[in-house]
Design a protein around this ligand. Sequence first.
Ligand SMILES: [Zn+2]
Ligand SMILES: [Zn+2]
Length: 398
Amino acid sequence: MKREYYEVLGVSRTASKDEIKKAYRKLALQFHPDKNPDNKDAEEHFKEVNEAYEVLSNDDKRRRYDQFGHAGVGSSAASGGGGQYGGGATDLNDIFSAFNDMFSGGKTRAGGAPFGFEEVFGGGGGRRGRASSGIPGTDLKIRLKLTLEEIAKGVEKTLKIKKQVICQECKGSGSKSGATENCQTCHGTGEVRQASKTMFGQFVNIAACPTCGGEGRIIKDRCTSCYGEGIKLGEVTVKVTVPSGVEDGNYLTLRGQGNAGPRGGAAGDLIVVIEETAHELFSRHGDDVVYSLAVSFPDLVLGTKVEVPTLDGAVKLTVPPSTQPETMLRIAGHGIGHLRGSSRGDQYVKVNVFVPKDLSHQDKELLKELKKSSGISPTAHNDKNSKGFFEKARDIFT
Ligand SMILES: [Zn+2]
Ligand SMILES: [Zn+2]
């Protein structure tokens, strides 16, 4: 389980840059490998502290971390292993991050993190087990655009995705015959140590061995189809069932449907991020939708029956007599299906007056005639809400 970066540095989530720097300096010195020779624990702490500082000292990374947790900063994939196959897999399909262990445990996401769907569906199958061989595949993130109609009722989508798949020639082993030998560079440990100078003096960095990619073993007679990686770029079809009521930024996690892992490593997850496309007729307010309806002045006064569009097609609506502008009329059950439960939100129809711009001479004469009627204009008598001019003026000046 990866610890919260704030916890690692022992600072609050609102800590200033200075506080973060101070905390880092103190811990970096405390756990520095030079001060703790041959102490694996200190070494781990030192790495952890450096990683936390790298993210929290960078405004952009910190913002993403605050929003999405470790996932947002791709703090991940095999720290130490991420680079060795070029991270090529993560450039596909509008993927903006490689993920690792993002939802393990499910309870530790930073506040404000998007909704996790395992919680909705329950028993999400648990975290995939780490394979004993190979490097874990990276998680893959894709965006899925949905219309309000699709969100209202839920939808099943078939997506074509480019990702790293297992090489069929070598069955993912990376080797024609399956044979391997100990790596000469790291002598089978998978790690190399490099000294580097920083503002705090000399650091010893432990990195994945570039020759074997941290595996400690080298493949003999490489597979020529995948160049020994055991994986290749491929295109797959994935079915995604999206429940009703999802919102922009929600995501679904499809376990083990991300990139295949090099040389037999477990596959990463596929993370589908929901993007809601704006609707030309309806605006969304939670699970309710609002539609604006223009009605003529006579119809507002006398009442009328109209047809209004809903997410389920046209529906007849009664505008009662003496309906005031801005009135919200409710059409029950024509909103968005709730994420939890089977009922739906409502549609509201916001009634407005239609004011025509081009009127014929005859129409104008009719309106003038109407104006002569005593009941047509607001007065203290027929509109309790509007005060007479002199009353209003007094309110202002006293
Ligand atoms: Zn191959
Ligand atoms: Zn090696």
